[in-house]
Design a protein around this ligand. Structure first.
Ligand code: FES
Ligand code: FES
Length: 125
């Protein structure tokens, strides 16, 4: 059902874990199935110096999270906000249609983590 790129990211997911002193954290859940994906970002001089994620989701969610971290790492905040659910799915060379919604968790959680960081930086000023 899954292509090789997806399988690779599922079997060897990149950047799994937490960032203890994260600049921002974002979590997205799917109420229907209860699956969750959480993203941690470390921001340095306007760039995503580090991105990590954890998920209690299926293979598609694991692979999407992994690919999202690879797309996001090293990007500026603006560039990272432009990463969409679709660009994650495309970078994975496509996902089975019934698994598309799982990949939506990754980019959404990334954007939430960025919003969390923006809020925290605003609070400091
Ligand atoms: Fe729940 Fe994919 S994340 S089935
Ligand atoms: Fe829950 Fe796919 S079934 S995100």
């Amino acid at each position: 059902m899954y292509n090789q790129t997806v399988m690779d990211h599922f079997e060897n997911p990149r950047n799994v874990g937490e960032i203890p002193d994260a600049s921002g954290v974002g979590e997205v859940g799917n109420i229907t199935c209860g699956d969750i994906l959480r993203v941690y970002i470390k921001v340095n001089e306007g760039k995503l110096e580090d991105v990590k994620y954890m998920t209690f989701g299926c293979g598609a969610a694991v692979a999407s999270g992994s690919m999202m971290t690879e797309l996001a790492k090293g990007k500026t905040i603006d560039e990272a906000m432009e990463i969409t659910n679709n660009s994650v799915a495309e970078a994975l060379n496509g996902l089975p249609p019934q698994k598309k919604h799982c990949s939506n968790l990754a980019a959404d959680a990334l954007h939430k983590a960025i919003e969390d960081w923006q809020k925290k930086s605003a609070d400091k000023e």
